[in-house]
Design a protein around this ligand. Structure first.
Ligand code: SAM
Ligand code: SF4
Length: 444
């Protein structure tokens, strides 16, 4: 029996890629095991968006090097594989497989080569028009499923490795996306999350030629699917029709993740983001005037080369104006191949840390304020788990807020009865910066 162990780093796209890789390996006769010690083949699905993420992988490879002596094989998949290519064999000679995400369709052939004793198997071709579609996807969560609708990226933000690691943009046909959604609904899934580096740049390659808003509307009609989410949206391709679609159909979750990166036009231009502050704010305006309260979240980079105190102030002013419901914030990290490497005026690490702390404190106050406005209201929670320590169920609202709650009739999972995978109406009683707490009203 051939066994494998896989560890995944990075974003939801990587998590879902791993689900497809796992499904493919199982269909090739492999069995997944829970620990590295039990495995014949050890895979790392990697992320290289920031230097720290990349270092983690090399650390892991070093940490378990001695396992190689026991006849185990190592493979590096994903963004670090694509970025570093065959250099990985030099840096970590115990690795025998290096494959980027654009080559996953060739995984079965690569496995055959590995099994034949080839010690340097690669899949590094980026020149592909295919998305990774496979009938074999191993999903662990039985209620919420990812569907990748578009892969790669055709933008060229000055700081970002993604166009180099994930290749050019390629969308799946609307027919294949809808078929997968219907199959998931038939299997009992209730929530679908559409994925793409720029999910809203979706363009159906079939003659139907649907844009993203059209695909969203159709997804909202799939019988049995109660929630549809999507991430990440690029501001440049964010059109008002997406907001209209959300307004029309409550199945489409009223949450939009719209990374701004900076509030300063000077920085946006240097970052090659393809929009201005004003254009970005216009899109925020569409969402703020929607009938359904749309929750808005973002990504911000501090300390991009040349960012002055005044530029940083513009970012603080922007977050005050938008009042985001949540934010991912990062210190700029120099990445190989990117245009920003050539920019002067690098910001010292301590200054980046200082700005990040100020930004995060400011955002924390906004979240406390925004969340506390919800106390006293009722929200529908999709139940995802149960916390033994606190005796609370863990749910998520359509706006993507975590909502921990007590249920008077179901204090805990027992006798095979659980609320996980169900929808429950919850009265909100308390609010913190990162979550809400409440008490269940009814079970639907
Ligand atoms: N495609 C999405 C967009 O354009 O908004 C973002 C995808 S990227 C994988 C996720 C986030 O990582 C970005 O929004 C950005 O904030 C952050 N990021 C990307 N490159 C970075 C870098 N070199 N340093 C710090 N943060 C970075
Ligand atoms: Fe990276 Fe920019 Fe593409 Fe987003 S749009 S993945 S930040 S290059």
């Amino acid at each position: 029996m051939k066994t494998f162990y896989i560890e995944t780093f990075g974003c939801q796209m990587n998590v879902h890629d791993s689900e497809k890789v796992i499904g493919t390996l199982i269909s090739e006769g492999y069995t997944q095991v829970e620990t590295l010690e039990q495995a014949d083949l050890i895979l790392y699905n990697t992320c290289s968006i920031r230097d720290k993420a990349e270092q983690k992988v090399f650390h892991r490879l070093q940490q378990f090097k001695k396992e190689h002596g026991k006849g185990k094989m190592f493979g590096v998949l994903g963004c670090v594989a694509q970025q570093e290519g065959e250099r990985i064999f030099e840096r970590a000679p115990h690795v025998s497989l290096v494959a980027g995400s654009a080559s996953y369709t060739k995984l079965p052939q690569m496995l055959v080569q590995l099994e034949a004793g080839n010690r340097r198997v690669t899949g590094l071709d980026l020149d592909t028009e295919e998305a990774f579609e496979t009938a074999f996807t191993r999903r662990d969560n039985p209620h919420r499923a990812y569907i990748t609708i578009i892969e790669g990226c055709d933008k060229s933000c000055a700081y970002c490795v993604v166009p180099f690691t994930r290749g050019p943009e390629r969308s799946r046909t609307s027919a294949s996306v809808l078929k997968e959604a219907r199959e998931l609904a038939a299997m009992g899934y209730k929530e679908i999350q559409l994925l793409g580096q720029n999910v809203n740049s979706y363009r159906d390659p079939s003659p139907a030629g649907w844009d993203f808003a059209r695909l969203l509307r159709e997804m909202g009609q799939v019988d049995g699917i109660r929630r549809v989410r999507f991430t990440t949206s690029h501001p440049r391709d964010f059109v008002k029709d997406i907001v209209d679609a959300i307004d029309e159909n409550p199945v489409l979750c009223n949450h939009v993740h719209l990374p701004v990166q900076s509030g300063s036009d000077r920085m946006l231009e240097r970052m090659q983001r393809l929009y201005t502050r004003e254009e970005y704010l216009r899109r925020i305006g569409w969402m703020k005037s929607a009938r359904r309260g749309i929750s808005i979240t973002t990504d911000i980079i501090v300390g991009f080369p040349g960012e002055t105190e005044a530029d940083f102030e513009r970012t603080l002013e922007l977050i005050d104006a938008v009042e985001y419901d949540s934010m991912f914030s990062f210190k700029y990290s120099r990445r190989p191949n990117t245009a920003a490497l050539a920019l002067e005026d690098q910001i010292p690490e301590e200054e980046k840390t200082r700005r990040l702390t100020i930004l995060q404190e400011r955002q924390r106050a906004i979240q406390i304020r925004r969340n506390s406005e919800l106390v006293g209201t009722a929200e529908e929670a999709f139940v995802e788990g149960y916390n033994q320590a606190t005796g609370q169920w863990i749910g998520r609202t359509t706006q993507n807020r975590t909502l921990n709650f007590l249920h008077p009739e179901h204090a805990r999972p027992q006798n095979g009865q659980t609320l996980i995978g169900k929808f429950t109406s919850v009265r909100i009683t308390r609010a913190g910066p990162n979550s809400l707490a409440g008490e269940a009203l009814t079970c639907v």
